[in-house]
Design a protein around this ligand. Structure first.
Ligand code: ADP
Ligand code: ASP
Ligand code: MG
Length: 437
């Protein structure tokens, strides 16, 4: 039995948290590979080490002199080392990092040092080997993850190491530059290590006792989801359930390794298990979870007899492609077609896009709705239930919430509704209370 255990930032925010982590890891000999994040917030007002590193690098690059934030970062690590009574010094690393900042080696390198230093401390504390992610996680020149090379090299390396700590979040490109995954990317490293180690389980230790039906920052005390499928989690995490990075699912899904989300501060809690298939019913038989994000724009094109016009959709999407824009949804009716795009995709391009759409699709009208929030209602049970969409719409209508867009995913796994940004929180609370008793 092999388990890979990834610990998030709040699980490693200070020496007391390191002790909890060590207790968890050492209590089960199958926990052979540990993937730590950088130290996170110790309290609400605190700043994550990763954010301090970005700020420190930015200021250093701007002024040419090392930012005073660097001293604060050092202090946080040194505090952990001394409170754990460890006999190591990171002075040489600090010196190298400082020089690299002054030499402007890049912000990804800067951010990656958070997990690098933390993993060094963790390996010392646990008595495990330290394997630098820069030696086992690879990116292609175009910035995409190089799976074949990573798995080849990492597999061999893990064979030589009975127990090891591998820092999360980063790897190296073909020309030896450090590159990070997206924010929250230690989850991805953990999943890759689990796959390379042929693990029986990927444990993801965080500060909540699993994935909850809705974001606990919006709904008070939401219920926990005990089991969900990879596909449901992918929908939920993509749509804003930030408990797990949305890209952390593929490596383990492919290998069929279950993900187990657990709470470092309450290890006895059951947590959430993520698997390929489950017959288990959730709290509500149709709805597994609700998630959402603000900040979208809906462009709607209307044209009489659009249904008969061959190539309309292609011409529309061509304009987006030419302008390097990705889109989220494409709901369409008989004579209308809408594209939902993230606001940042449209930034500075709005006028160009509109005029190109006009020219290439010649619609009767184009309307633009801004400040839209998308909410995904996700559930594997939806396929076999009648009237789920109607219940969602009624729940929102009863609260006088105006629905600006609707899209039912072709997977029959989700229903997406668009509402005004200002109705976002209220909508999630309303849907939650309607479906979860
Ligand atoms: P870590 O530092 O361990 O990686 P994150 O902060 O990335 O932890 O993710 C855990 C947080 O995700 C929780 O503290 C919670 O605020 C947030 N979160 C958002 N949506 C959900 C959800 N549906 N279920 C559980 N947590 C959620
Ligand atoms: N420390 C990184 C971040 O804050 C990666 C992670 O926590 O997973 O995004
Ligand atoms: Mg995270």
């Amino acid at each position: 039995m092999i388990k890979v255990a990834k610990f998030g930032g709040s699980s490693l925010a200070d020496a007391a948290q390191f002790r909890k982590v060590a207790k968890i890891v050492l209590s089960d000999p199958s926990r052979r590979y540990v993937v730590p994040s950088a130290p996170g917030k110790r309290n609400k007002e605190d700043v994550k080490i990763t954010d301090m590193l970005y700020a420190c690098y930015e200021e250093t690059a701007r002024t040419g002199e090392i930012s005073p934030v660097f001293g604060k970062i050092k202090q946080r690590y040194d505090e952990i080392i001394s409170e754990l009574g460890l006999n190591i010094s990171l002075e040489k690393d600090y010196e190298a990092i400082k020089n690299a900042f002054i030499a402007r080696v890049g912000k990804d390198y800067a951010a990656s040092r958070g997990e690098y230093l933390n993993a060094k401390i963790m390996s010392e504390f646990l008595g495990f080997d330290f394997i630098d992610a820069a030696e086992v996680v690879f990116f292609n020149d175009n910035g995409s993850f190089d799976a074949p090379k990573t798995y080849n090299v990492m597999r061999e390396r893990l064979k030589d190491s009975e127990r090891a700590v591998i820092p999360g979040f980063y790897g190296v490109t073909a020309n030896d530059t450090i590159k990070t995954f997206s924010r929250g990317g230690s989850d991805i490293t953990g999943a890759i290590v689990a796959s390379a180690a042929d693990a029986d389980e990927y444990e993801n230790w965080t500060d909540v006792s699993g994935v909850m039906i809705a974001d606990p920052r919006i709904v008070e005390n939401p219920k926990n989801i005990s089991v969900l499928t990879y596909r449901e989690l992918r929908e939920l995490s993509y749509m804003g359930a930030t408990v797990l990075n949305e890209d952390a699912i593929f490596p383990v899904k492919k290998a069929g390794i279950p993900i187990h989300i657990k709470n470092t501060n309450a290890p006895e809690d059951e947590g959430t298990l993520i698997v390929t298939h489950t017959d288990k019913n959730n709290e509500s038989s149709v709805l597994t979870g609700i998630a959402g994000k603000k900040g979208f724009t809906v462009l709607t094109l209307e044209k009489d007899m659009m249904n008969e016009e061959i190539g309309f959709g292609r011409r529309l999407l061509n304009v987006l492609e030419k302008n390097g824009m990705s889109f989220e949804h494409l709901p369409s009716g008989i004579d209308t077609m809408s594209v939902v795009v993230n606001d940042h995709e449209l930034e500075g391009k709005e006028d160009v896009i509109i005029s190109e759409l006009m020219a290439s699709t010649m619609p009767d009208s184009i309307s633009i709705e801004k400040n839209i929030a998308l909410i995904a209602v996700v559930g594997r049970g939806m396929k076999n239930a009648k009237g789920t969409a109607a219940s969602v719409f009624r729940a929102l209508a009863d609260e006088d919430i105006n629905i600006r867009m609707i899209d039912q995913g072709s997977s029959e796994l989700n229903i997406i509704v668009g509402v005004d940004n200002s109705d976002f929180e209220k909508s999630i609370k309303t849907i939650y209370s309607k479906f979860v008793k």
